[in-house]
Design a protein around this ligand. Structure first.
Ligand code: PLP
Length: 408
């Protein structure tokens, strides 16, 4: 009798390191978690009402694989209003079960086994996993703390090889909080155009930008010549506090949507109907809730900046967007894994070690400031105390811990 074996491809996919921290934190009673990657609020009452109404009205059948037409129109109008980009709701928009599914299907549509995908690192873990699941080869390009973890087109250019097919862009970025400027995106666009690459742009944090006068992070699809080679992945999870609804969408050229929708139909038939009705209300609704969340994240960011201002043993990467602070813990002499474990065990605070976001995250930890302000204040205080206690050498140069103020 021979025991059936598992697929090598499945076994080669690394587990998310973020999950490990969650598991560890659950075992420490009363621990303060600065790991949360989601808004602390729930969707607005209007969104919940719209979804409930759809159930009462019996609108619960399979939907069009591209999504309910009203959902696609709402996504098109929202994108036009907020990002200034026009997409045809009949051919260039597809409802998705969250951005995560969008990342996978976008990659599946454009790469063949053996093709390389450039991933600026540190990165959101699903990128690498999705490339591997498609049989592709992730090619990481290190983001530099000296450059505020911003994308550098020259580094991307140098990483392009004969099998490179796409570049992943995530701005505002998780875990770095960096926002790529329109100028930087234009430089990356030149590289994409010169080498015939796709840009896969994950824009789930686009509304949470803390740069003066910026209401939505710039999209590479706005750069000249890029709209027909960009796949935008967007989601209602963060913008409208709808993480559990699993609702997002792709914006892409029609021939890409033809492929992603064909595959989506075969793997999940259609996106949850009530989530789409809730999504219509969210996308068409007023901006108040988004604005309130942005103000709250700005307050949270201020708590982090102030809480670490006197701490000489940690360096903050300026957080320009999303709701993450990426903190350099190397001056403490500890690895990020060690820092994260000891901080949890001794001070009861959970942060995610940078390696969970790729090898280039080593030496950093990510903390989220989306949680409640009191816990955040206390968590940051303990973090600073712990770091100072453990510091072996005080840096004489490098980032001023108050550098984040520069973008406030
Ligand atoms: C950069 C990034 N992309 C995508 C996602 C997943 O979004 P969704 O809930 O829409 O799948 C996350 C979640 O944390 C994220 O940080």
């Amino acid at each position: 009798m021979t025991t059936p074996t598992l697929g090598l491809n499945a076994e080669s996919i690394p587990r998310s390191g973020i999950r490990d921290v969650f598991d560890r934190a659950e075992k420490v009673p009363g621990a303060i978690s600065l790991c949360v990657g989601e808004p602390r609020h729930t969707a607005s009452p209007a969104v919940a009402r719209a979804a409930c109404d759809s159930i009462r009205r019996g609108l619960t059948t399979y939907t069009d694989i591209l999504g309910i037409p009203d959902f696609r129109h709402a996504a098109a109008n929202y994108t036009s209003r907020v990002k200034g980009l026009e997409y045809d709701p009949d051919h260039e928009i597809q409802a998705m079960e969250g951005a995560t599914m969008g990342i996978f299907l976008a990659l599946k549509a454009v790469i063949d086994p053996g093709d390389e995908v450039i991933i600026p690192s540190p990165f959101f873990p699903s990128y690498q996993a999705a490339v591997l699941m498609c049989g592709g080869v992730p090619r990481t390009v290190a983001l530099s703390p000296r450059n505020g973890m911003h994308l550098n087109a020259e580094d991307i250019d140098r990483a392009v090889g004969p099998r490179t097919k796409a570049v992943i862009i995530n701005s505002p970025g998780n875990p770095t909080g960096a926002v790529t400027s329109a100028e930087e995106l234009a430089d990356v666009a030149d590289v994409c155009i010169r080498h015939g690459l796709w840009a896969i742009s994950d824009e789930v944090y686009h509304r949470f930008v803390f740069l003066p006068g910026v209401d939505s992070a710039p999209s590479i699809a706005s750069a000249r010549g890029m709209k027909n080679r960009t796949i935008i992945i967007d989601s209602l999870s963060k913008t409208f506090a709808m993480t559990g609804w699993r609702m997002g969408y792709l914006l892409a050229p029609a021939h890409v949507i033809e492929q992603t929708s064909k595959m989506a139909e075969l793997v999940h038939s259609s996106v949850n109907s009530m989530a789409q009705y809730g999504g219509i209300a969210a996308l068409n609704g007023p901006d108040e809730d988004v604005d309130r969340m942005r103000r709250e994240y700005l307050d949270g960011r201020r708590i982090v900046v102030d809480g670490l201002a006197g701490c000489r043993s940690l360096r903050l990467i300026p957080s320009e967007g999303a709701f993450y602070a990426f903190v350099d813990v190397r001056p403490t002499g500890m690895s990020s894994e060690e820092f994260s474990r000891e901080l949890l065990a001794r001070y009861g605070v959970a942060v995610v070690p940078g390696e969970a976001f790729g090898a280039e995250g080593s030496g950093f930890v990510r903390l989220s400031y989306a949680g409640d302000p009191e816990s955040l204040r206390e968590g940051v205080r303990r973090l600073a105390d712990f770091a100072d206690e453990r510091t072996q050498s005080i840096p004489t140069e490098g980032f001023d811990p108050r550098a984040m103020d520069a973008t406030a």
